[in-house]
Design a protein around this ligand. Structure first.
Ligand code: PRT
Ligand code: ZN
Length: 274
């Protein structure tokens, strides 16, 4: 029986969701006008939905699993569990006020009016800080609210911050840091769990490979000791003799964060002119 996955139909998470599946060897074409698609090479059925509806579909087990932003997941508070962070769709839910307003701490918000599409998360933040403020729920273009006198502040998603800037607002509090996550329904049967385990294994492998770089370099044998010391990698590097005597080829895997640093150091380890 197919595993059923819900992803966003069209929006910020759609392309990355489909790409991640493709990278896992699971061919899926984008939603278009379709409601669902069956994948190639894996018993997976994909539902294309509005992101807001995904937690409910997964709670009801209409979809066994789903891909959704933590911001939506925590706002909806449905009975589903997080299986795996996916590393894309990163953003934060932040409070922003007019650039001209002075801000010392969250007490600024006391007695004020806040516009947001995230009333639950906003209220939790207010309660935690003992703030009494009025929440005005709106579904889109929240950043316009202060400018038109609808609210004193907003609580909205931010990634680069340019939308806030363009609307004369400044970010003053971060309520939640969010990324896309894979969620699953509470009671997944054994056969579906097995398929999910298979999918998780592929997801993790893909993400690991994305963060790692393969290094292959040829070096004179007298430099090997120094080179190996620079490349602890995940395991010790593989060293193979080259056909031309006195030289070897060194193979290793390093994480993307240290890739350039390692390359610079390696350049220094191989004597110039070689
Ligand atoms: O139609 P549907 O309901 O499915 O889509 P939607 O319009 O509700 O959601 P969509 O596609 O806008 O976003 C889907 C998910 O992407 C969100 O729930 C977040 O998890 C994630 N995400 C990541 C973001 C952003 N980054 C983001 N920047 N969602 C929205 N934004 C908004 C932000 O609020 C601002 O208005 O994009 C604008 C640009 O941001 P700046 O800061 O880069 O200027
Ligand atoms: Zn939405």
């Amino acid at each position: 029986m197919n595993l059923k996955l819900a992803i966003q139909k069209s929006g910020r998470l759609s392309e990355d969701s489909i790409k991640l599946l493709n990278d896992c060897g699971i061919g899926i074409k984008s939603g278009g006008n379709q409601l669902k698609a069956v994948s190639e090479h894996f018993p997976l059925e994909v539902y294309f939905l509005r992101d807001d509806d995904i937690p409910q579909y997964v709670e009801d087990a209409v979809a066994h699993i789903g891909i959704v932003g933590e911001n939506v997941l925590f706002e909806k508070g449905k009975n589903v569990s997080v299986v795996e962070p996916l590393g894309f769709g990163k953003c934060r839910l932040s409070v922003a006020i007019k650039k001209s307003d002075e801000y010392q701490d969250s007490q600024f918000l006391d007695g004020k009016k806040l516009a947001t599409s995230y009333p639950v998360l906003t209220q939790k933040f207010l309660d935690k800080n003992g703030i009494n403020a009025e929440i005005h729920e709106i579904s889109g273009s929240v950043e316009l609210a202060p400018g038109i006198g609808l609210a004193d502040a907003v609580c909205d998603l931010v990634s680069s911050g340019s939308t806030l800037l363009m609307n004369g607002l400044k970010e003053v509090e971060t309520i939640l840091k969010s990324q896309a996550v894979l969620i699953k329904t509470a009671n997944l049967g054994e056969s579906h769990q097995k398929l999910l385990d298979k999918l998780i294994f592929r997801l993790r492998s893909v993400r690991k490979a994305q963060n790692n770089k393969y290094i292959l370099l040829n070096a004179p044998n007298e430099s090997l000791e120094e080179i190996i010391a620079l490349l602890p990698g995940m395991k010790s590097p593989t060293v193979l003799p080259l056909a031309s005597g006195g030289w070897s080829s060194v193979h290793s895997v390093v994480s993307e964060d240290e890739f350039w640093e390692k390359i610079e150091a390696l350049k220094g380890a191989v004597p110039p002119g070689m």
